[in-house]
Design a protein around this ligand. Structure first.
Ligand SMILES: [Zn+2]
Length: 288
């Protein structure tokens, strides 16, 4: 059962983090720990870079390498992301990190940005480069291609929480940005109304997977708005814009799961999702 954890918080180093959830994955047991100091949620034990590459060993993009697939799955979301960036930056050199097949890169180029993508899945990078006619490099952002201070914005959409040390990664991004440069960041809120509801269901029914907004161990850190803003500040960024959204999810096919999902349906309504949606979207500005 979950309990007090020996591992210190990777953000504030406090040593009294508590395991609040446990889940088997890839033949091992992983816990979600919550720091009582800063509120950060993190996977314990911390996945190593080798663990993380094992997690993604399968070809998880294969379905996106078909004409129209990314447009259907992500078109609306990517237009919203481009709108968010556009409220703060009209042109400039922009990199989308973990761009998969590069639809967002295409969209940004169509809006006049000098945009390119980096994507570790070489097959997706090659397919997207050809299909959308955009530059996609099958390498890590920190691989040396980009000179310090050379970028105007970096997009990290559902990326940061998968990196081995998000605060350190973000500091590295900051070094690549020009003064006043921007980062657009998205990830789910582990403290959202939906997340709390699913957490309580998972306890009541003793089924760890019912907490679907909890992604241990794939998410190395899970953020609340507070712990996210703490992480951004520690990495040298201020928040220029914060919005919430709630992803449209098809209802479960039927039976008990469908009934259990009913209380979360209002989160899809426009006003409700802006206030209580699970997905958080931040525009960050590099501090001087
Ligand atoms: Zn902490």
């Amino acid at each position: 059962m979950p309990g007090v954890l020996a591992e210190p918080c990777p953000l504030c180093d406090r040593a009294d983090a508590r395991a609040v959830h446990a889940r088997p994955f890839a033949g091992r047991r992983w816990e979600l720990a919550r720091c009582r100091g800063c509120g950060l949620h993190f996977t314990a034990p911390t996945p190593t870079p080798d663990d993380l590459s094992d997690f993604y060993a399968g070809d998880y993009h294969a379905g996106l390498r078909r004409p129209g697939a990314a447009e259907a799955a992500f078109g609306d979301k990517y237009r919203r992301y481009a709108d968010a960036l556009g409220r703060h930056l009209r042109s400039g050199r922009v990199v989308d990190v973990g761009c998969s097949t590069g639809l967002l890169v295409r969209l940004l180029r169509d809006r006049g940005y000098d945009a390119e993508g980096v994507e570790l899945n070489a097959a997706s990078a090659a397919w997207g480069q050809k299909h959308y006619g955009v530059p996609i490099h099958a390498e890590a952002l920190e691989g040396g291609r980009y000179a310090p201070g050379s970028l105007d914005a970096v997009l990290l959409t559902d990326v940061l929480e998968h990196t081995p040390h998000p605060a350190e990664f973000l500091r590295g991004v900051g070094r690549l940005l020009a003064p006043g440069g921007l980062v657009f960041v998205t990830f789910p809120d582990i403290g959202s109304a939906e997340s709390w509801y699913q957490y309580l269901l998972s306890k009541a029914f003793r089924r760890d997977w019912l907490w679907a907004t909890c992604h241990v161990p794939l998410h190395v850190w899970e953020f609340t708005r507070r712990s996210a803003e703490g992480t951004f500040a520690a990495a040298g960024f201020g928040v220029a814009e914060f919005r919430r959204h709630h992803p449209r999810r098809p209802p479960p096919p039927g039976g008990l799961l469908k009934v259990l999902s009913l209380p979360t349906r209002p989160l899809g309504w426009p006003v409700v999702r802006r206030l209580f949606g699970t997905q958080m979207e931040f525009v960050l500005r590099k501090a001087d």
